[in-house]
Design a protein around this ligand. Sequence first.
Ligand code: SF4
Length: 504
Amino acid sequence: VRRLCVVLGDQLDADSALFDGFDPARDAILMTEAAEEATYVPQHRKRLVLFFAAMRHFAEAQRAEGRRVLYRRLDDGAPQTLADSLRAAVDEHAPERVEVVLPGDWRVLEALKAAAPEIVIREDRHFLTTPEQWADMRRDRRRFILEDFYRAQRRRTGWLMEDGEPLGGEWNFDKANRRSFGRDGPGLVPRRPHSAPDDVTNDVIRMVEKRFPDAPGSTQGFAEPVTRRQALVHLRAFVEDRLPLYGDYQDAIAQGQPTLWHARISAAMNLKLISPREACEAAMEAHRAGRAPLNAVEGFVRQILGWREFTRGVYWTLMPDYAGRNELGADADLPAFFWTGETEMACLRDSVGQVLREGYAHHIQRLMVMGLFLMLWGARPKAAHDWHMGMYLDAVDWVSLPNMAGMSQHADGGVMGTKPYCASGAYIDRMSDCCSGCRYDPKQATGEKACPFTTLYWDFLDRHESRFRSNMRMKMQLSNLRRKSDADRRAIRKAAEGVRGRPG
Ligand code: SF4
């Protein structure tokens, strides 16, 4: 073998730099279903199915192109780790060069470099920003926050720009994007495409059931896109059916409705089955054709061109130290109901139950229900991140760590967000239909019916008052805290202890 090209489970990109100048007569692809990758944190069964099924389909597609694929199946005794697999392939095939696209996980990068020190790391062209562009944008800036990055990205790409100014005269339209469904609920929600498992995927489902009987979640009803063709069907359905209202209801929650008007293409995109460029271009085209309003399209483009690329830049700029950050000194374990969904809190029962069923939650459930609760609870950021990594179909370290530990748990002290995303039950009441059927009352912080979010919210502010004193964006919340009497604050602390002592 001349070149041995290592393709990882989240690098299923047919346009990858690895395939430049690929010579089918002399080069080979190495793909491995490593048990370690499936078990280093407990992982949802649908997530395991997604990765392995997408890998097998990708390998098939590569073979159909006439390329040689050394594919190590878990059920055929694949090496335990990616590093073991690489070492064995190097011993057996003595390649002149070993190449890989930059992995999405620092841990994997280090393991591959240890297994093959001469490995060539190629750029991941899937992304819209190169490390050099990221460094250029940061240079000479004292402050580099998401908003600055996003505006620079818009200027650089010219997306949603007109004569050097943002289209529509505003950089974002979030004020229009905070509608909730009110008493009538969301009404008829467009159906998401169903990607029925084929024989390859059914084989993987059987393997996962057999090999990982203790993994959380279930494989039942698996209908995720595992090929590029299926992923494109999902992208088109989103742009046609859901994008028009995506902006309006971006922050709304409705019980029993996992998708609403969200794109739900993050898993396919993070596996690289579709590219961020084609997703943004499809949305912008819908706007040009008058099929989607600007507030929706800008919101969608911002998630990808702004937030997603910023997240990756933060990861690669600040790793490996970033993984150990714990700015708030949080040290609690996750509440047990994060593994069962068994809690009397209606909002968490719905969101966690949905994650256990589907391996998915939309961003506001992640950030303002589950993530919020864990931050108020004081969960260790690493425990929160590990749970997020294992339970979501779309989680890859480069995005999960800054998202869950950094942004949602504020463990990075302000890199991903300049203030913690802290709120009481009143926020959930405003944005969802959960509270009316809950045994708790979102307005109450103490007493029999006190909403645990509200109790823990005041307790969180009380515990971190001095830390956030100089944060202007926390001014209002802290001045509300200061209006509470000493007796109220003591009662809240006691109530918070009670919440932490309860099983759910
Ligand atoms: Fe959640 Fe509190 Fe509302 Fe119950 S009352 S659904 S716990 S926010």
